[in-house]
Design a binder for this molecule. Structure first.
Ligand code: CDP
Length: 211
């Protein structure tokens, strides 16, 4: 069967790790759509271009190659912040969403994670998960991720950044972050990644059996 799994949620909610585990378990390809917004932001920053010009940002978005995105190069905190700024631009979104839909239509199905997968990119996906956690828990997770990469971080600053980013992502007029009406909500604040995976698997297996 062609299983498309849409996973949305705010920054550092655990949706990335969860998506990877789900994709591996069900033998599906995985796309972290956040990387495509990050790729646009990085290209602009590298060229010293402004983040405020929609024409330029949309042109860069059209040139993004989903297959060539490298997580290691895009993981930097500042790129995530810049990504959420260019992500408010409708023409940037349009260019990237088109590529993401192509990915989702791959034979065999796919797991996509992001902010608007269940609402905009794949509104017909048979499984939709909305992964959340409190801002404090998410800031702690992001802080430990940065330390694990050997870099320094300020947890209070990360918490402040996460709150600003939540507001920007949830408050924008084009494709705001919100659970799709038919999404299953998964609050991972008190869950280990294993527990979150088990909960997701229970939801997905019910759909997989029906199809
Ligand atoms: O990893 P983290 O959750 O920090 O961020 P990300 O998923 O890499 O996404 C970076 C930014 O891209 C988000 O804050 C969103 O503004 C934007 N984004 C989006 O608008 N739509 C998506 N489907 C994915 C990301």
């Amino acid at each position: 069967m062609r299983l498309v799994i849409a996973i949305d949620g705010p920054a550092a909610s655990g949706k990335g790790t969860l998506s990877q585990k789900i994709a591996a378990h069900y033998g599906l390809k995985h796309l972290d759509t956040g990387l495509s917004y990050r790729a646009v932001a990085k290209a602009l920053l590298d060229k010293g271009l402004t983040l405020d010009d929609e024409d330029i940002a949309a042109q860069v978005a059209k040139a993004v190659d989903l297959g060539a995105m490298k997580r290691e190069e895009l993981a930097v905190h500042a790129i995530g912040e810049a990504a959420s700024k260019i992500a408010v631009m409708p023409r940037v979104r349009q260019a990237l969403v088109e590529k993401q839909r192509e990915f989702a239509s791959l034979a065999g199905g796919a797991v996509l994670d992001g902010r608007d997968i269940g609402t905009v990119v794949c509104p017909d996906a048979p499984v939709k998960l909305y992964v959340s956690a409190s801002p404090e828990v998410r800031a702690k997770r992001r802080y430990h991720e940065i330390l694990a990469r050997g870099n320094e971080a300020d947890e209070a600053q990360i918490l402040a950044d996460i709150k600003v980013r939540d507001e920007r992502d949830m408050g924008r007029s084009d494709s705001p972050l919100k659970p799709a009406k038919d999404a299953h909500l998964l609050d991972t604040s008190k869950m280990t990644i294993e527990a979150a995976f088990e909960a997701a698997k229970n939801i997905i297996d019910v759909v997989a059996i029906k199809n």
